[in-house]
Structures are given as C-alpha cells and as structure tokens.
Design a protein around this ligand. Structure first.
Ligand code: SAM
Length: 288
C-alpha cells in the first residue's frame, strides 16, 4: 500500500461538490474506506499495474485502487464528479486519468491497454452489458487481466451457479466456459449511500484457456435455446439451432434432459460438435 495523501472524507467531498445521488445514473456510493480497501484488494497485486475503473463517482474505490499502487484509468459519465476526481488525480501525482464518457461507448482496450485489471461498482444494467461484452468476444485471451465487478447478489449468484440450480443460466455458461468466476465478497445494502433495495456481491474473474474449436456465437445460440425454454426437453428446445439435435445424437446426449441440467463442459462439447458440422464441406455452411 502506498501512503494515502490527505484528502477530505468522501462525505465531505459529496457535500462540497453537490453530488446528490442520481437514480437515473444508478448512483449508490460506497463511503466505508475499509470496505473499499477490501474490494480493491480482490484483484491481488496492483502496484505498477493499470486498473480500469468504470463509474468512479466521487472516487472512493478510485482512491482505494490508488492506495494499492495502481495507475488508474477511470471512465465517468456524470460531469458533476469530474472536479472531485481532479482533486484525487492531483493528490496521487497524476496516477489517475479520468475520461469524461459513457463506458458503453469507449474503446476500453485503447484507453487502458492490454493486461489491465477492471474494477467497477456499476448500475446493474450497465454492469451486465459490459460483462457480456467483455466475456462474449470471439478473441481470447481478452485484453483484461481480471474483472472485479459489483453486481446485485442475485446476478452474482447466477455467474457462479452450477447445473440444476435455479440460478444456473446463460450468464453462468458465459462466465464459466473460459474464465474462472468466484464470489469474492458480499456487500450489505446498508453499505451504500443511498442504500439500494437489494443486496450486492463482488465477483472476480480471471480468464482461463478457451476450449479448442468452440465459437462464441454457436455457444450463445445453444444456451439461448436451452435456457429460453427451460422447462422443455432438449429434443424440443434444440430444434431452434440448426444441426444441434444431430450433434447431440452424435455425442450420445440424452435429449429427454432439460437444457438447465447440462454442465458447462457439455454445452462446450455440443457447441464444438455443432460448429464442426457447420464447417463441414459436405453440408451447407451455417452462420451463427
Ligand atoms: N464507484 C463509486 C462508488 O463505488 O462509490 C460510484 C458507484 S455508483 C453505483 C455508479 C457510478 O457509475 C456513478 O458514478 C455513475 O455516474 C457511473 N455511471 C453510470 N453509468 C455509466 C456509464 N454508462 N459510463 C460511465 N459511468 C457510468
């Protein structure tokens, strides 16, 4: 940890800069420094590394990342926060760069560079959209070294859920087929100002090796079909994906099972088989 320069407490910063939390921007601020330090510790060693933070707000998590020695690139769309963040940048000798933009519209790889650790406490809809973008690309390994993201607890549980559970779904497969997600810490709603209606949790993911011969588009089509009709047997739900029933047959998958009982490895095997058949020169090439 680097020595923290003297900055006013976050409550004072919020008061001084008139940062009344805006519901439309999903603003629920974290002010407890011990909790913020625990979140900033989740990615592991950050000294000399780049952290890419989305939605720094008044800068609580930003300060915690800087205290751990990271260089921080932060994207914030609420211009009211910029003067407070400029004070943080000055206090930490320019180790903080703030981009005034909508995080859904920036090229984060160009901003943060390869190997950045992504850390964010975001509104639910923005966090999920970015998560799908960061996990869903065809290019792997990704530009980021790890993701440490706050979600509402129910979504966090979906990301780490296993087959057969109610929480298991498309997001679980997306998160687990080539990454290792873990629920790093639960955060009580009362830790936020103002408190949201639901509990939250921080999920940490590191990229793992991608299984050979699997295209994201095929896997997404399969999970879309399987979980879109959760109550249906595979022999019904897989009809939506060209070649999937034949592929299941070749793999010896029991098509009287429901999609939600398939493990991530079984989805991966099925996607590989469907993809291989789609590229087969004897058949027509199918696009996903
Ligand atoms: N990181 C701060 C904290 O932990 O106290 C603020 C968290 S608050 C839940 C979410 C922050 O994300 C707000 O500052 C909000 O303005 C910002 N935000 C919301 N949507 C955004 C977007 N599309 N791009 C960038 N920032 C966004």
């Amino acid at each position: 940890m680097t020595d923290a320069p003297a900055l006013p407490p976050l409550r004072e910063v919020i008061r001084a800069h008139g940062l009344r939390a805006e519901k439309a921007l999903g603003q629920n601020f974290l002010l407890d420094e011990q909790l913020l330090d625990r979140i900033a510790a989740v990615p592991g060693e950050l000294a000399g590394r780049t952290a890419y933070e989305v939605g720094p707000g008044p800068g609580g998590l930003t300060r915690a990342l800087l205290r751990r020695g990271a260089t921080v690139v932060a994207v914030e769309r609420d211009r009211r926060c910029l003067p407070a963040l400029a004070e943080v940048a000055q206090a930490f000798d320019g180790r903080l760069t703030v981009i005034d933009a909508d995080a859904l519209r920036v090229d984060e790889r160009a901003l943060a560079g390869d190997g950045a650790h992504v850390v964010a406490n975001l509104p639910y809809n923005v966090g999920t959209a970015l998560f799908v973008r960061w996990l869903g690309g065809e290019t792997w390994p990704p530009w980021w070294a790890s993701l440490t993201l706050m979600f509402q607890a129910e979504v966090a549980e979906r990301l780490v859920a296993g087959p057969g559970s109610e929480a298991y779904g498309r997001l679980s497969v997306l998160a687990q087929w080539r990454a290792k997600p873990r629920l790093a810490l639960r955060v009580h709603r009362s830790a936020f100002v103002p408190p949201p209606k639901v509990m939250s949790a921080v999920v940490h993911l590191e990229p793992a090796a991608a299984p050979d011969g699997v295209r994201t588009g095929v896997l997404e089509a399969l999970t879309g079909a399987a979980f879109g009709q959760r109550r249906k047997m595979l022999r019904q739900s897989l009809k939506a994906v060209p070649g999937a029933l034949d592929a299941a047959d070749r793999l010896g998958l029991d098509v009287t099972r429901r999609g939600e009982t398939l493990s991530v490895d079984e989805f991966v095997a099925l996607a590989r088989e469907v993809g291989a058949a789609a590229l087969c020169p004897s058949g027509e090439r199918r696009e996903f």
